[in-house]
Design a protein around this ligand. Structure first.
Ligand SMILES: Cc1cc2nc3c(=O)[nH]c(=O)nc-3n(C[C@H](O)[C@H](O)[C@H](O)COP(=O)(O)OP(=O)(O)OC[C@H]3O[C@@H](n4cnc5c(N)ncnc54)[C@H](O)[C@@H]3O)c2cc1C
Length: 240
């Protein structure tokens, strides 16, 4: 355990466990028409399988996309987790505890490529690049603030104050860790809201940092379920 703060501009997403493939969608869908034989049907005709997945996605026949599971380890700032945990349906979460362990001093500082300046009015604004001076000021101010708040946390702990009370000194830029388990349907709903994508027919405007997490999850999922992923994009990235 170190009490020297460290600073990050990225997030960690690791797929730690999965049972997820396009065939999971196919057998679940085909039980509608061929009953218990559906497991044998899945590898018969790849073109038909692709067509079936696309049809399910297009007509928003969503439940066949639920018979799979992906568990991700995520390390990201607390403000990202606050947004993440609003996704209630088809997600399970377990997060590290500030009551049961001393929190590590890892803090978020936006990278050089993070757009810093908001222009326009709420609901109709864009983000543009910050100047080098703004980035420098941001880095310094955040570092100073993080160091100060972590020193206060450690001081309270040294005075015998309980972790669950002392943690109130810590900011939302502190990194936390969690396991998040979802299925393809709940992941698609999440991706539709938390990414910006040229193929999205219903655009969303997520905060960049949760989008960084979403993009990494999307990369893992695309590899596991390529037909489902292609159908998601082809149908405007709207969860079925
Ligand atoms: C760009 C953006 C900006 C946002 N800004 C804010 C903000 O300023 N303040 C704020 O509080 N939140 C904000 N949110 C969070 C947002 O309101 C949702 O809580 C979050 O996106 C999760 O979406 P969800 O409820 O569809 O997901 P889930 O909770 O996973 O639900 C999935 C679906 O299940 C159904 N469902 C779930 N629960 C219910 C229910 N109780 N009743 C009826 N149907 C239900 C709905 O169809 C829902 O779409 C923002 C989200 C985004 C993407």
């Amino acid at each position: 355990m170190t009490d020297t703060p460290s600073f990050r501009s990225d997030v960690t997403v690791e797929l730690v466990k999965h049972s997820a493939s396009d065939t999971d969608v196919l057998w679940a869908a085909r039980v509608s028409t061929v009953g218990e034989q559906s497991l044998e049907e899945v590898s018969k005709d790849p073109e038909r399988s692709k067509g079936l997945i696309n049809y399910l996605m297009r007509d928003r026949h969503g439940s066949p996309f639920e018979h799979n599971s992906m568990t991700f380890f995520v390390s990201a700032p607390i403000f990202v987790f606050r947004e993440f945990h609003r996704h209630r349906v088809g997600w399970s979460y377990n997060e590290e505890s500030g009551r049961y362990r001393e929190l590590e001093p890892v803090f978020y500082i936006p990278g050089e490529d993070r757009k810093l300046v908001q222009r326009g009015r709420p609901g109709k604004y864009e983000f543009v690049d910050g100047t080098p001076e703004q980035h420098a000021a941001l880095g310094k101010t955040m570092e100073d603030s993080y160091r100060q708040s972590y020193a206060a946390y450690r001081e309270l702990l040294a005075d015998g104050v309980a972790r669950e009370v002392a943690r109130a000194t810590l900011p939302v830029g502190l990194f936390s860790t969690m396991y998040a388990t979802c299925n393809a349907r709940s992941l698609m709903h999440f991706l539709g809201l938390r990414t910006q994508h040229e193929q999205a027919t219903v655009p969303s405007f997520p905060q960049r940092e949760i989008e960084m997490v979403a993009e990494k999850m999307e990369t893992e999922w695309a590899r596991l379920m390529p037909l489902t992923y292609a159908a998601f994009n082809a149908n405007g990235r709207v969860a079925p």
